[in-house]
Write a protein that binds this ligand. Structure first.
Ligand SMILES: [Cu+2]
Length: 251
């Protein structure tokens, strides 16, 4: 229907980190009626917006890949936010290799399954306590691992209970209207139906940012995102306790 879903199996958004993302609405909209919209919906609009990556303080974030930004629009009906507008039974992979998740960030449609193979000769665990997508695969050795179905939209933080520094993101998207930013910083969202919705903007080095808007015409022409260096966010183990450096097999 619209922009191709990114984050195919084993494809990646590259390095990530978790500094706060601040999104400032800088100016007004670039919205044009698009009667030839791929959606074919009456009144559907095509919106172009530009993302500027900045560091804390507002200086440009030179060297941070702008084309890792993803932008999505989720229409919201009278009964609330739409759910399951895009469901997928496709299987994706996040491999544990070299005591790291590879890739360290993927985006998947709502309902997708992600497999977590272990390619290391040591034991790993994979778990998340992100609300709506909690899971714990236990401790397991080299092999195909298990799959997890992601049933709630949002950003899922994935960790290993054995190795504190293992960290990945799964961004679960519940809309077909999304796109990845081009190298010039712009992204086109086609086929946006009139009415309220949620604009989601994300970069692997920033937190998830969402805007509740009354109409696609409210999408700003320029959005500033504050990004930081890749770093493992402060977190406890799956028992909500601090990691113990000397203990390795507590999965
Ligand atoms: Cu591990």
């Amino acid at each position: 229907m619209t922009a191709e879903l990114e984050g195919r199996p084993t494809s990646a958004l590259a390095a990530l980190a978790a500094l706060a993302l601040t999104a400032s609405l800088v100016s007004t909209l670039t919205s044009t009626p698009a009667s030839s919209s791929p959606s074919g919906q009456a009144g559907a609009a095509e919106v172009v917006t530009r993302i500027d990556l900045v560091r804390s303080g507002g200086r440009p974030a030179a060297g941070v890949p702008i084309d890792e930004v993803v932008v999505a629009w989720t229409a919201r009906g009278a009964s609330g936010r739409q759910k399951a507008s895009v469901r997928s039974d496709e299987e994706y992979e996040l491999v544990t290799r070299g005591k790291a998740f590879r890739p360290d960030s993927i985006m998947v449609p709502l309902g997708s399954r992600v497999r977590f193979p272990n390619e290391d000769p040591i034991l790993h665990n994979v778990f998340s306590v992100s609300e709506g997508n909690e899971f714990d695969l236990g401790l397991y050795q080299r092999g195909e691992g298990q799959t997890v179905a992601f049933e709630s939209a949002g950003l899922v933080r994935v960790f290993c209970n054995v190795h504190h520094d293992m960290f990945a993101h799964v961004l679960v998207i519940d809309t077909p209207i999304l796109g990845r930013v081009s190298r010039d910083g712009t992204v086109v969202l086609p086929g946006l139906p009139q009415g309220p919705g949620t604009l989601t903007v994300w970069h692997p080095r920033a937190d998830l940012s969402t805007f509740e808007l009354a109409n696609p015409s409210s999408i700003p022409a320029v959005i500033e995102l504050e990004v930081g260096r890749r770093q493992v966010p402060p977190h406890n183990n799956k028992f909500a306790k601090p990691y113990r450096a000397a203990r390795r097999y507590d999965g």
